[in-house]
Design a protein around this ligand. Structure first.
Ligand code: NAD
Length: 482
């Protein structure tokens, strides 16, 4: 498989169905992680562009075609959009590979999942029912669910297309009008996806404004015309979003990453576990909110499993090959950050992969590294590194494993590997997080499965019907008809 040369989107914003430059005329350069070279530009937007996008979304809802559509009509448009994304998946994947750096096969899988979000939420749009509550005689009480209104979406660079799909897919299905600010580090696939959408959705239903987080992102999060915020990214910025939401008395969902554990008991099927454990941290260069970045290993299988993991890690080569398992990290900054964690690990290095000799020297490649035994309280085992770095931690008892697994500020996903059914149920119930996988792992594909975290991993749920509920508000109508 070779990556075709992608057609680049223009450095414009989508506002009210039109493609327009930033009002200031400013642009910013886009650098490819594969070779560190600038290859495109995007609009460097400010608060005035966000104002225009929020106004366009409001108009689409109140006087435009979007607000007049039935749920079934909205659903039909989203399913048409899903089909159009699939038809363009190869070109979209090539663009994503150039912009985000992820290997072509992974980028293609992302596009299929992006389409799946619109298919799923298109199908669900007319299936969000209200309730009738028995109340006093002579009354009928209807509880209805409607859109918030204008929703603001701030998404990261690690899975730009997928996170765009999961966020605006659910919001549009509920009838909201969206303003989305993608990440400055990777947003070209989103611009292309928005271009496809603009041929299908009424003007103003979806508005996309590119630019810097602290300028355009901040303006969106603080905008008084926004009725609900959805944010995926770092805890530091997530906290700012929550404060901005509080100032405007609106709700928000925060999806902020994690330090997710996989607990491997001595009775586990290690042949089945091994590739999953490795993939959970190597896929997307470990730049995955639900990356399995800690593996907790019961002492009797410590030597065996760490030896097998080490062999796997040694065999991984970071490269710019289209079918590589591991591509470059997103930016020079992220590469430096991951390399700092590796240099200051303070734990025994069990294995290290390599960077391909022919990988472009200016690209942001980092080999995968396995450390163990890692002190569960050390920064390596506590902080989200967002790179291909796996911490192996031994344990002796089930209670100890649970304490270590729950012993970070995060709580997003956990994996449990054991053949013991009672233990599966006990440990799953004890996990303080939003998703648990038993004898498997991988949050990515489950469009239908509610996903999100607790504590520093954020709050609110994406995916599944839960996201439709997040993107809607309840109204109770009490009719005294006698
Ligand atoms: P970030 O939180 O800075 O960026 C995420 C999004 O927020 C981007 O669109 C960005 O433009 C925007 N943003 C930045 N500052 C903002 C502000 N003041 N107001 C409003 N929006 C703002 O994340 P990052 O710097 O790209 O990555 C840093 C760390 O965040 C990573 O190392 C990783 O730990 C974590 N992260 C997590 C996820 C996830 O999926 N949960 C995704 C990306 C990054």
């Amino acid at each position: 498989m070779t990556a075709p040369t992608p057609t680049l989107p223009r450095p414009l914003n989508l506002i009210a169905g039109d493609w327009v430059p930033a009002r200031s005329g400013a642009r910013m350069a886009v650098v490819s992680p594969r070779d560190g070279q600038g290859f495109a530009e995007i609009a460097d937007s400010d608060a005035s562009d966000i104002d225009a996008a929020v106004a366009a979304a409001r108009t689409a809802l109140e006087t435009g075609d979007w607000g007049r559509l039935s749920a079934a009509e909205r659903g039909r448009l989203l399913m048409r959009y899903a089909a159009a994304i699939l038809a363009d998946a190869d070109a979209l994947a090539a663009l994503e590979t150039r912009d985000n750096g992820k290997p072509l096969a992974q980028a293609r899988a992302d596009m299929v999942l992006t389409a799946r979000y619109f298919e799923y939420y298109g199908g669900a749009a007319d299936k969000v029912h209200g309730e009738v509550i028995p109340f006093q005689p002579g009354t009928t009480v209807a509880v209805t669910r409607g859109p918030h209104g204008v929703t603001g979406h701030i998404v990261p660079w690690n899975y730009p297309a997928q996170i765009y799909g999961r966020s605006v897919g659910a919001a549009l299905a509920m009838g909201n009008a969206c303003v989305l600010k993608p990440a400055e580090d990777a947003c070209l696939s989103i611009l292309r996806l928005a271009e496809i959408a603009s041929g299908i959705l009424p003007p103003g239903a979806l508005n996309v404004v590119t630019g810097r987080g602290e300028v355009a992102g901040r303006a969106l999060s603080e905008h008084p015309g926004v009725d609900f915020l959805s944010f995926t990214g770092s805890p530091e910025v997530g906290q700012m979003i929550q404060i901005a939401a509080a100032r405007n008395f609106i709700g928000c969902t925060l999806e902020l990453g994690g330090k997710s554990p996989q607990i491997v008991f001595a009775d586990a099927d290690l042949d089945a576990a091994l590739p999953v454990l490795a993939n959970a941290i190597i896929q997307n260069g470990g730049q995955t909110c639900s990356a399995g970045s800690r593996v907790l290993i019961e002492r009797p299988i410590w030597d065996d499993l760490t030896a097998r993991l080490a062999e796997r890690f040694r065999g991984v080569e970071a490269s710019d090959a289209p079918d590589a398992i591991l591509g470059p990290l997103i930016s020079a900054r992220q590469k430096a950050r991951v390399e700092r964690y590796i240099a200051e690990a303070g734990a025994l290095e069990l294995a290290r992969g390599r960077v391909a000799g022919n990988a472009p020297s200016e690209g942001f490649y980092v080999p995968p590294v396995l450390f163990g035994p890692v002190d569960p309280q050390s920064p390596l085992a506590q902080e989200e590194i967002f790179g291909p770095v796996l911490c192996a931690i031994p344990f002796d008892t089930e209670a100890e494993a649970i304490a270590i697994a729950n012993g970070t500020d995060y709580g997003l996903v956990a994996g449990i590997w054991t053949r013991d059914g009672a233990r599966q149920a006990r440990v799953a119930n004890a996990m303080r997080c939003g998703q648990v996988f038993i004898n498997g792992y991988g949050a990515g594909g489950g469009v239908e499965l509610p996903f999100g975290g607790i504590r520093k991993s954020g709050h609110g749920r994406e995916k599944g019907f839960e996201a439709l509920y997040e993107f809607s508000t309840i109204k109770t109508i009490v009719n005294h008809h006698g």
